[in-house]
Design a protein around this ligand. Structure first.
Ligand SMILES: Cc1cc2nc3c(=O)[nH]c(=O)nc-3n(C[C@H](O)[C@H](O)[C@H](O)COP(=O)(O)OP(=O)(O)OC[C@H]3O[C@@H](n4cnc5c(N)ncnc54)[C@H](O)[C@@H]3O)c2cc1C
Length: 336
């Protein structure tokens, strides 16, 4: 069976949250294998990745890797593709670094970069009237993507070369069966591509202990309906009661309730959590583009005709200042 390589980001040897899902997606397409760049021997990390389904773990040991921008990751991916030989696809997450590495890898190996997929399959294109076609790469692997602000769902295949896919979090269910996690060392020392060194890191002001917006299981977003920065605290209280990330509409960002990094939508971040709660958000197409693939959408809005209710699974028509405090109390009561 062809290998499907997964680029695994990690912090001090702990795989990023999305690694398990990427390996599960890889298992649907072929034999999952992980690719990691590490400053030191990645033995314990490889054991963990084996438990998550990686049969092989390609490890590039790069001194100072944590202080280098993307190029060592590209070098490691290219070397792993060469070492693996028979590669059906490469999967990465949606962090800036992973997506940049993926696009650069596509240029290096003559592959095809398929960005922001919300599903992957083997020949699923046939069922959608799309097939990989003559000369296509990726052994008939197809990906599902949202296009034009979510107005269309398209099924795409690589026209040539290996498909390199960035997969949105929460797109794939289940887990890959545990595998050996056999370490294969890859040498990228000969790769002389210029790189950029990180000389200082500054914590973003307002950084919190809340989950990362793009990877969170639950997102609570607030809109202009909150009315002020002070009142936006209600959204944060609900998020904290649920252990959720906080998002916002552009109108809320433009009004200064929260920083731009909170913005969900066409010109903000795209989220695909299991639960998305929209509070005082009308549901403009540009907002929906960033959240409508959430598994369950709950909308709280006093206007029964607000477009957000078109995509909501559950809707509460009411004043958010009455509804949300009750919801917070109910969540706290349930948690005991
Ligand atoms: C090129 C372009 C890109 C854009 N990109 C984005 C983007 O990335 N993300 C984004 O979000 N928008 C984006 N927009 C803006 C978008 O078109 C909308 O203007 C914006 O999403 C509206 O935000 P909102 O829903 O918070 O505000 P509004 O549309 O003003 O809606 C506020 C809602 O709150 C409700 N409300 C008010 N008071 C209460 C109350 N007390 N209780 C309950 N409900 C209440 C109202 O009924 C209303 O539905 C973009 C626009 C353009 C042109």
């Amino acid at each position: 069976m062809s290998k499907v390589l997964v680029f695994v980001e990690h912090g001090a040897g702990t795989p990023a949250r999305g690694a398990a899902e990427l390996l599960a997606a890889a298992a649907q397409l072929g034999e999952p294998a992980a690719v990691v760049v590490s400053e030191t021997d990645a033995g314990p990390l490889a054991v963990e990745l084996g438990a998550l389904g990686a049969g092989t773990v390609y490890v590039a040991v790069v001194p100072g890797a944590d202080s280098l921008l993307v190029t060592p990751r590209v070098a490691a991916l290219a070397a792993a593709v060469a070492a693996a030989g028979d590669v059906a696809a490469v999967l990465v997450g949606t962090s800036v670094e992973s997506r940049e590495a993926a696009a650069r890898l596509a240029i290096r190996i003559g592959g095809a970069y398929l960005s922001d997929a919300v599903g992957v399959g083997h020949g699923v294109g046939a069922g959608h009237g799309v097939s990989a076609g003559h000369g296509a790469g990726g052994e008939g692997i197809t990906v599902t993507q949202q296009a034009f602000g979510g107005a269309y769902t398209v099924v795409s295949a690589a026209g040539r070369g290996i498909p390199i896919v960035s997969l949105r979090p929460h797109s794939v269910e289940g887990a890959a069966p545990a595998a050996a996690g056999t370490v294969v060392a890859i040498d990228v020392a000969g790769d002389t591509a210029p790189t950029t060194t990180i000389t200082a890191r500054h914590e973003q002001s307002g950084a919190s202990d809340r989950p990362d917006l793009q990877a969170a299981e639950v997102v609570v977003s607030g809109g202009r309906g909150l009315g002020s920065q002070e009142k936006f605290a209600l959204v944060e209280q609900l998020a904290d009661a649920l252990g959720a990330a906080v998002g916002a509409s552009r109108a809320a960002v433009d009004a200064g309730y929260v920083p731009q990094s909170y913005q969900v939508g066409q010109t903000g971040v795209t989220v695909s959590p299991n639960l998305y709660i929209a509070v005082g958000i009308s549901g403009a197409i540009q907002h929906k583009a960033g959240m409508q693939t959430a598994k369950t959408i709950v909308a709280i809005n006093k206007d029964a005709d607000a477009p957000i209710f078109e995509v909501a699974d559950f809707g509460v028509v009411g004043d958010l200042f009455t509804v949300v405090p009750q919801l917070i109390e109910a969540v706290k009561a349930r948690k005991g």
